[in-house]
Design a protein around this ligand. Structure first.
Ligand code: AMP
Ligand code: MG
Length: 371
C-alpha cells in the first residue's frame, strides 16, 4: 500500500573508480534515467565532492517547492543552483562581474558557490524571494554527468532533513529522505565532507557568507582580501544587523542529543574535555564524544579509563581534511548510539578548520566551553 505523499524511492549504485571523469557516466543507465526524472520535475539525490545534494529542476516552481517539502526546509532559505558548464551560468545570472569570473576560473569545478544578481526568469521560490542567486559547478564526476545530461540548472541543497547533519554517504540520505525522493544515486562517501564556501560577489568587496571546501586563504591568494560575514563564528555572533545568508538563521547540523563544543589547544583542551566527560558520567549520563585520534592517544598515555564512553573518532588533528570528511558521519553515529550528551573537540580555525568549526558550533547550538 502506498502512503499518501510518499514516493517509491529507488536507489541506484553509481560506483566511482579513482580518476574517473564525467564522460564515464554520461551514457550510463542510472544517469540517463535520473536526468530524465529531473527534467520531468522529480527529485534526485546525488553525490557531490562536498556532501550529497537533493536535486530538482531549479527553474521549475513545482519541482523546487517539492525540495522544501521533502526536507522540511523554511521557504526563505534559498537554494544553490548547480551547473555543468560556465556557459550555463549566463541563463541564470544578470551579469558576471570580473571578480566572479576570476573566482570561477580558479575554483570551478569545485566547492565554491558564488552569489550573484539573478536573471529575471529564476523563480523567487528558488532564491527564497531574494534578487540574488547562488550558483556552483561541482567537481564530482557523477554530479557533473547528471547536470550535463539533465541540461537544466539543478537546485540542490544538502540531502538531509532540515536541521540534521548533512549526508556524506547514501545511507544518510536513505535515513532522512527515503519515501520522499524519486531516486538516490549512491556514489559512495563524498570526499570533502563539508559544504561549499559561499561568497557574495554582488558588492565592491567579496564576502564569505559560509566557510566551506575552499579556504579563505585559498580565495585570498586569487583575489586578495576577502571579508568574513560576522555570523560565521560564534565569537563574532552579532545580535543585530541583516542576515545576508538566510541559512545562517536556522538550527543546523544538530545531533539528537544536546552537544557542547570545547575550544582550546592541547594539552589544556584534552584535560578540560576529559573532566567534562567524567562530570557527566558521574551524573549517570551516557556520554558521547567526538574526538581526534590524538585525544584517544592521550587517554591511553595517561591511563584514563574511557571504557564507559561512546566514542566517535574524527581523525587526526594533523590532518584537518580527514576531520572535515568525518564530522557529519560522527554526529550521525552518536545518534545511533543513543547517547544523552555529546562533547565535541574543537580544532584550529585555519584553512578548512574554519568550515569545520562553523559546523561544529552550530551542531552544539553555540554551547561552547573554553579550555
Ligand atoms: P545548503 O544548500 O543547504 O547547503 O544551503 C545553501 C546555503 O547557501 C545557505 O546557507 C543559504 O543561505 C545560502 N544561499 C543560497 N542562496 C543565497 C543567496 N541568494 N544569497 C545568500 N545566501 C544564499
Ligand atoms: Mg544544508
Amino acid at each position: 500500500m502506498e502512503v499518501k505523499g510518499e514516493k517509491r524511492t529507488q536507489i541506484w549504485q553509481v560506483p566511482v573508480s579513482p580518476g574517473a571523469g564525467p564522460e564515464a557516466f554520461k551514457q550510463s543507465s542510472p544517469i540517463l534515467r535520473a536526468a530524465r526524472i529531473l527534467r520531468e520535475g522529480g527529485l534526485v539525490a546525488f553525490p557531490t565532492e562536498t556532501v550529497y545534494g537533493l536535486g530538482a529542476n531549479g527553474l521549475d516552481v513545482d519541482a523546487v517547492t517539492s525540495i522544501f517539502a521533502a526536507k522540511g526546509r523554511p521557504a526563505d532559505n534559498p537554494l544553490i543552483l548547480h551547473i555543468a558548464s560556465l556557459e550555463a551560468i549566463h541563463g541564470i545570472v544578470k551579469e558576471m562581474p570580473p571578480l566572479a569570473i576570476r573566482l570561477a576560473g580558479a575554483f570551478w569545478p569545485g566547492p565554491l558557490t558564488l552569489v550573484l544578481e539573478k536573471a529575471a526568469h529564476v523563480p523567487p521560490v528558488t532564491t527564497g524571494g531574494l534578487d540574488t542567486v547562488a550558483v556552483r559547478m561541482p567537481s564530482h564526476p557523477v554530479a557533473l554527468a547528471l547536470l550535463d545530461v539533465a541540461g537544466v540548472p539543478v537546485a540542490a541543497p544538502s540531502a538531509n532533513r532540515s536541521g540534521r547533519p548533512s549526508p556524506t554517504e547514501a545511507a544518510h540520505v536513505i535515513t532522512d529522505l527515503f519515501g520522499k525522493v524519486d531516486v538516490i544515486l549512491d556514489g559512495g562517501p563524498t570526499g570533502i565532507g563539508v559544504e561549499s564556501t559561499v561568497v557574495d560577489c554582488t558588492g565592491a568587496k567579496p564576502i564569505i557568507l559560509r566557510p566551506g571546501g575552499v579556504s579563505k586563504e585559498a580565495l585570498e591568494k586569487v583575489i586578495g582580501e576577502v571579508d568574513l560575514d560576522p555570523h560565521v563564528l560564534a565569537a563574532q555572533e552579532v545580535e543585530t544587523g541583516p542576515v545576508r545568508s538566510p541559512g545562517m538563521k536556522y538550527k543546523h547540523y544538530a545531533p539528537k542529543a544536546p552537544a557542547v563544543l570545547v575550544e582550546g589547544e592541547p594539552p589544556g583542551l584534552f584535560q578540560r574535555l576529559t573532566e567534562l566527560a567524567r562530570e557527566l558520567e558521574a551524573q549517570g549520563q551516557q556520554v558521547g564524544l567526538m574526538v581526534s585520534s590524538e585525544l584517544m592517544q592521550y587517554w591511553q598515555d595517561q591511563a584514563i579509563d574511557s571504557g564507559g564512553w561512546q566514542i566517535a573518532c574524527m581523525g587526526s588533528r594533523a590532518n584537518p581534511g580527514e576531520i572535515a570528511a568525518s564530522i557529519y558521519r560522527c554526529l550521525r553515529d552518536l545518534d545511533q548510539m543513543s547517547v544523552a550528551k555529546i562533547i565535541i573537540e574543537g580544532v584550529p580555525t585555519s584553512g578548512i578548520g574554519l568550515a569545520i568549526m562553523n559546523r561544529l558550533e552550530k551542531a552544539a547550538a553555540h554551547r561552547i566551553v573554553d579550555a
